[in-house]
Design a protein around this ligand. Structure first.
Ligand SMILES: Cc1ncc(COP(=O)(O)O)c(C=O)c1O
Length: 341
């Protein structure tokens, strides 16, 4: 298969239309078989449930070319399960998890020419999503839905080297107790836009959201979970019902414990503890780990000893180990890597 003529080394994180996408329709209480199509446009009623009441959920994962030239995807079963959880919370019919994996595999295979070659740092970002498509004017769930998967080649998250971020403790809340913070619904991101534009306008890279009820505990950013390293080398990650269960974070916790022999704690993390940590990072599919050098709490700077020049040493070990697994340079735990045949 011949690759597309794309400047892989200089790709950003943007949308680049590929040749095929997968679509399945839900009508009369059932999903159809679905198919790959070439038309990238979606035509729906002006009154579609998704347009009026934001009834939509989505996922994000990546396909890579490994050192030995295979195209692989990383733990798609967890994305399938998380999309199902998200769907249930928004009264969207669940797309079967095995069919989800099939659809992702078909879409990647059909667009193999867009999967960046090994060594470019780029990947194929895959976006599965479901939305209510029939007219809905009274507030209620739609009766008809589309499940779709498209993909787009994306460049390495950090161009020109990894640089620690400066983040602010936000005065906005991301998720209410018993709300929708634990699912991947478009509505969580719509309402985060004002907060992130505000933070960027003030010169910060990201927001640290606290728990909405007490504003004393660390939750996450708009698009990544936190990991912290204590001065005695423990890996700590915040626990809360309103945090999205990051697949990268869960994988890093496993790697920390089982590959690197580090103690791991998944527990509530208080804002007051921040000053005691040695390292901090944000984890998610986009960058795997972005190091955080500084958190600013209303003018008070909390600077991690790892500094503003590079990733902390333990964060770096975690990052390298997981990226090596994803790119086929290290043996993966059973079931983590699916080869696209
Ligand atoms: C709010 C939020 N938290 C965390 C993550 C990281 O999750 P994952 O590691 O599954 O990409 C994402 C991105 O998907 C996100 O949007």
């Amino acid at each position: 298969m011949e690759k597309k003529n794309i400047d892989w080394e200089n790709l950003g994180f943007g949308y680049c239309e590929t040749d095929y996408r997968f679509v399945s329709y839900f009508k009369d209480g059932a999903w159809d078989d679905g198919a790959l199509i070439t038309d990238s446009n979606v035509v729906i009623s002006e009154c579609a449930g998704v347009l009026q009441y934001a009834q939509t959920v989505f996922e994000g994962l990546k396909a890579y070319t490994t050192a030995d030239g295979q195209i692989v995807i990383f733990r798609p079963d967890l994305n399938a399960a998380r999309l199902a959880d998200s769907a249930r919370r928004l009264e969207i019919p669940v797309y079967p998890e095995d069919k989800f994996i099939e659809a992702v595999e078909k879409t990647v295979k059909a667009n193999a020419a867009f999967v960046p070659p090994y060594g470019t740092g780029a990947a194929l970002y895959i976006r599965p999503y479901i939305f209510g498509s029939n007219p809905v004017i009274g507030v209620k769930p739609a009766d008809e839905y589309q499940f779709r998967v498209f993909c787009t080649p994306v460049g390495p998250y950090f161009k020109g080297g990894i640089k620690p971020l400066t983040i602010k403790i936000s005065d906005f809340d991301r998720a209410a107790p018993h709300g929708t913070g634990h699912i991947k619904a478009g509505l969580n991101y719509a309402m985060s836009l004002h907060a992130i534009v505000t933070a960027h306008g003030e010169g910060y890279d990201e927001n640290m959201y606290l728990d909405a009820a007490t504003r004393t505990k660390v939750e996450e950013t708009g698009g990544a979970n936190f990991i912290f390293i204590t001065k005695d080398g423990k890996v700590v990650t915040p626990k809360s019902d309103s945090i999205l269960p990051s697949i990268t974070r869960r994988s890093l916790m496993y790697v920390a414990e089982h590959c690197l022999g580090l103690p791991v704690e998944h527990r509530e993390v208080y804002k007051e503890e921040l000053k005691d940590f040695a390292e901090c990072g944000l984890c998610g599919t986009a960058a795997v780990i972005s190091p955080v050098g500084k958190v600013v709490d209303h003018g008070t700077e909390i600077c991690f000893p790892s500094g503003m020049e590079e990733m902390g040493p333990i964060t770096k070990k975690l990052y390298t180990t997981l990226v090596d697994i994803q790119q086929g340079r290290a043996e993966a735990p059973k079931g983590w890597i699916r080869v696209i045949e």
